[in-house]
Design a protein. Structure first.
Length: 186
């Protein structure tokens, strides 16, 4: 990059401009970057799958049972908020096309402390979302057991929680080989 770094963030740091080579497959710097192997269709599949997985099948039923038709209005407000978050995020991703997402954007603009807080918040949000999905899957499995005529003499909460933990361990075991393969590449 021929231009010099200008400006500074709230921590007083100036941008660290490193020479990058950006292609369709990866962004490579001196320290290395993640490969960009996820295209538009893959990204859409992940986003749609996430919304369908918990947002459409699990949560509306729970919300509708508790508050009735007010749940529809809350989903409309949530959709507007999601749109207001998606638009600037897409602008930032276009302006700073590097791996790291929200962590990278915030750490560049507000400093490393704010970036760390955002990174940990994103991670914690994914942990809670995963727990929510696994509990939903546990309820589906409980209903499947009931349809098969299998009735357990334990409370519903214990069964759903146990199934969620078993599914979580199972999904981790399935994905662990890919993680070790990715580590070997780095």
């Amino acid at each position: 990059m021929a231009s010099e770094a200008a400006g500074e963030n709230v921590a007083g740091d100036t941008p660290d401009i490193s020479e990058t080579v950006e292609g369709d497959e990866a962004t490579v710097t001196e320290t290395g970057e993640l490969e960009r192997t996820l295209g538009l269709s893959g990204g859409l599949a992940i986003g749609i799958g996430t919304m369908i997985g918990a947002g459409i099948f699990v949560f509306p039923g729970l919300a509708g049972a508790e508050v009735g038709t007010a749940a529809t209005a809350s989903f409309g407000v949530g959709g507007i908020i999601a749109l207001l978050v998606a638009l600037p995020t897409s602008e930032l991703a276009t302006a700073m096309p590097k791996s790291g997402g929200g962590y990278y954007f915030i750490s560049r603009g507000l400093g490393t402390l704010a970036g760390t807080i955002v990174g940990l918040s994103l991670w914690l949000g994914l942990v809670f979302a995963t727990a929510f999905y696994l509990v939903g899957l546990g309820f589906y499995a409980l209903d499947a057991l009931a349809e098969a005529g299998i009735v357990l003499a334990v409370s519903e909460g214990v069964i759903v929680s146990s199934l969620a933990v078993v599914f979580g361990i199972g999904f981790t075991a399935v994905n662990y080989p890919a993680l070790t393969l990715a580590d070997a590449r780095v």
